[in-house]
Design a protein around this ligand. Structure first.
Ligand code: NAI
Ligand code: MG
Length: 494
């Protein structure tokens, strides 16, 4: 077992409660869920197993809070979000350690990616609170009495109570992605963290309380997806559901939401292609491709899990990529120098190992990796697979682990066909300095984000979301306001 700081150990040792209407409460049923450290497979604490009853209580609290919060001054909402960012920054090391113990990711990534990006996102989003605008119009309305003037404008109003359901791959960051825009826009929130990683959301709720957000503006209900999550998505008292997770669950949530005409944004799975063109610097492309798939143990919706490299460069590229894979240090996240942690759960580890098995059955060759690599914890070795056909499972399905398939292409037309031959359309990266090839490819690729000579180039200012089965709607940038507000048209005859 690692040695987390005494403060974190004391925090873990507490009896954990959910945050509902400004109070810390157990599940009404009294049931709890075990929380695992994926590097040791040990239980580190228990959290309440909230269900439909608790969700109902949380939605009621959020509705009550919304009545006043919706009219709060934008500058107050901005200040509270900035205070939250400061509070998170002050306790960044604790959050990072907690994330590593719960999710497994290497501590340096928890600290310098997850926590740092959450702080950055809170600050960016705080600024939007004071920049929500409508427009004034001049309608003609020939039927209006000719002695009247027409005053017309639009206003953006908070969409209402937001149900947020988030995954386990970036627990704190995903919580911030949902909470911050909702609170900035004047919405209240019921957040359901993933059952595998509920801890940083609970600690974040403590900060939300301490900086002075009114009771009920944020509620956190821990619990299972098919219990608490399903109850939240189907609750008639919410106005919007913001979900990040798998495509099958996203579809269920979308259908449940549609029953009440609840607004949805769905950020779902991906199978993002990494395209290495004929002119590419193979060294740089292999290093970038390694990061694109092995970052966060490959548990990233935008992971570069399919590589298409020009046929002339295939062997040299695979050799370099395998070198990068072997250069990773697979270890518990708190160990010095760890660059690849365990996967989040035994279930996820098994799922990923099963995919490596399908690749073997379908004629793939394992260039490196291929097994768990360690006896304790939910690890999977960084794995590079070659020789698979485009219709093989590992090329078509989201694996969500440190496993990548390398294939070849001959010309740009073939590349476009292969890259788009996927049910998903979240992201893509191009590795080249051939400007005309790059500009010809960008409009052809079915993806919500396209990156050139880099991968995972996300920023709060850039809208993020998917084409095809990767989801509906966008997060970040001005999409935040669009998706957390309703437009109202106002027309007066004066
Ligand atoms: P999941 O989609 O089941 O979990 C995501 C969230 O949805 C969790 O909070 C979960 O409690 C909740 N949930 C589950 N069932 C629900 C339901 N019926 N109603 C409402 N909420 C529900 O993902 P899971 O099973 O943990 O992972 C399976 C696969 O999903 C992964 O291997 C990966 O391919 C994909 N995935 C994709 C993510 C992404 O960021 N795009 C994140 C997590 C998983
Ligand atoms: Mg855990």
């Amino acid at each position: 077992m690692p040695l987390p700081s005494t403060t974190i150990q004391q925090w873990l040792d507490r009896t954990h409660a959910m945050f509902i209407g400004g109070e810390w409460l157990p599940a009404r049923s009294g049931k709890t869920l075990e929380v695992f450290n994926p590097a040791t497979a040990e239980v580190i604490c228990q959290v309440p197993a909230g269900d439909a009853d608790d969700i109902d209580r949380a939605v009621t609290s959020a509705r009550t809070a919304f009545r006043e919060w919706r009219h709060s001054r934008p500058s107050r909402r901005e200040k509270l979000l900035l205070d939250l960012a400061d509070a998170l920054e002050e306790r960044a090391d604790e959050f990072a350690m907690l994330e590593t113990l719960d999710n497994g990711k290497p501590l340096t990534f928890s600290r310098h990616m997850d926590v740092a990006l959450a702080i950055d996102f809170l600050r960016y989003t705080a600024g939007w609170a004071t920049k929500i605008e409508g427009r004034s119009m001049t309608p003609s309305m020939p039927y209006a009495p000719s002695d009247k003037q027409i005053v017309a404008y639009t206003r953006r109003e908070p969409v209402g109570v937001v149900g947020a359901i988030i995954p386990w791959n970036f627990p704190l960051l995903m919580a911030s992605w949902k909470i911050a825009p909702a609170l900035a826009a004047g919405c209240s929130v019921v957040l359901k963290p993933a059952e595998d990683t509920p801890l940083t959301a609970l600690l974040l709720a403590e900060l939300v309380e301490s900086v002075g957000f009114p009771a009920g503006t944020l509620n956190v209900v821990t619990g299972l997806g098919h219990e608490a999550g399903a109850a939240l998505a189907a609750h008639p008292g919410i106005n919007k559901v913001a979900f990040t997770g798998s495509t099958p669950v996203g579809k269920m949530i979308g259908k449940a939401a549609m029953e009440n005409m609840t607004r949805t944004t769905l950020e779902l799975g991906g199978k993002s292609p990494v395209m290495v063109l004929a002119d590419a610097d193979i060294e740089a492309a292999a290093a970038g491709a390694a990061q694109a798939i092995f970052f966060n143990q490959g548990q990233v919706c935008t992971a570069g899990s399919r590589i298409y490299v020009h046929e002339a460069a295939h062997d040299a590229f695979v050799a370099k990529l395998a070198e990068h894979a072997k250069g990773l240090t697979m270890a518990p996240g708190w160990e010095e120098g760890a660059t690849l942690g365990p996967l989040v759960s035994a279930k996820q580890q098994q799922r990923v190992l099963d995919y490596i098995g399908y690749a073997r059955e379908e004629g793939g060759q394992i260039a490196t990796g291929g097994g768990a690599g360690r006896d304790t914890g939910f690890f999977v070795e960084p794995t590079v697979i070659t020789g698979l056909a485009q219709n093989s499972r590992c090329v078509q399905e989201e694996i969500f682990g440190p496993v990548v398939v390398v294939q070849t292409f001959r010309d740009l037309d073939e590349l476009v066909t292969l890259a788009n031959d996927s049910p998903y359309g979240l992201a893509a990266s191009l590795w080249s300095n051939d400007l005309s090839a790059i500009h010809r490819l960008i409009p052809e690729i079915d993806a919500g984000s396209v990156w050139v000579n880099g991968h995972n180039l996300l920023d709060p200012s850039m809208p993020f979301g998917g084409f095809k089965q990767s989801g509906i709607g966008r997060e970040m940038g001005d999409s935040l306001i669009e998706h957390y507000t309703e437009q109202k048209s106002v027309v007066m005859l004066v």
